[in-house]
Each structure stands twice: as C-alpha cells, then as structure tokens.
Design a protein. Structure first.
Length: 105
C-alpha cells in the first residue's frame, strides 16, 4: 500500500467494519439482517489481511523501484492488477451485502 493512503484506507475499513458490526447487534435487527451486516463487515475486514499479506510485498517493490528512479519490474506490475482486483471484489461484495441489509430494514 502506498504510504500516503495506507492510514486512510485502514481507517475506512475499520470504521466501516465497526459500523456494520454495531448495526448487526442493535436490538431492532432481524436475524437475517444481523447475518447480512456481519457478512458485510467480514467481507470489508478481509481487505486488511489480504492487503498486508498479498499486496504489500508487491507494492513495496514498486514503490522502492520508483524511489530509486528505476522502473518497477514488469512481473510486479503485472501481479499488482489481479491482486488489487481481489480487494475491489471484497469491497464491492461488502457494499452490495450491506446495501441489501439496508433495503431489508
């Protein structure tokens, strides 16, 4: 993850996960809604370990190459796209699940 956005992205993920978890445990939620909110929270939270374990090593190589005034290795640039697509899919799935939970309120 690039240094300037790392803190912002982790804050967004943790805030969204926390908000969904709070919504899940509220007294007014049905069991189905609780499940949807918790599923959305889990999908969103899954972005953090994925980013730290899979994406960060690739990002580090790319950022380090740029800092040295070199082009990033082609294989790292090619690996980055599919890895980032997983994050996009997790975020999209989370938004859809939570959107459905809101619709079911």
């Amino acid at each position: 993850m690039f240094p300037k956005v790392a803190k912002f992205q982790s804050t967004i993920v943790l805030a969204g996960t926390g908000a969904a978890a709070v919504q899940a445990v509220r007294g007014e939620a049905s069991p189905q809604q609780r499940g949807l909110w918790l599923a959305g929270a889990a999908l969103l939270l899954a972005n953090l370990p994925w980013t730290l374990v899979k994406l960060m090593p690739v990002n580090k190589v790319i950022v380090d190459a740029g800092a040295q005034g070199k082009a990033a290795p082609k294989e790292q640039l090619e690996a980055w796209g599919p890895l980032h697509n997983v994050r996009t899919a997790l975020g999209t799935a989370s938004a859809l699940v939570m959107g459905y939970a809101v619709w079911k309120l």
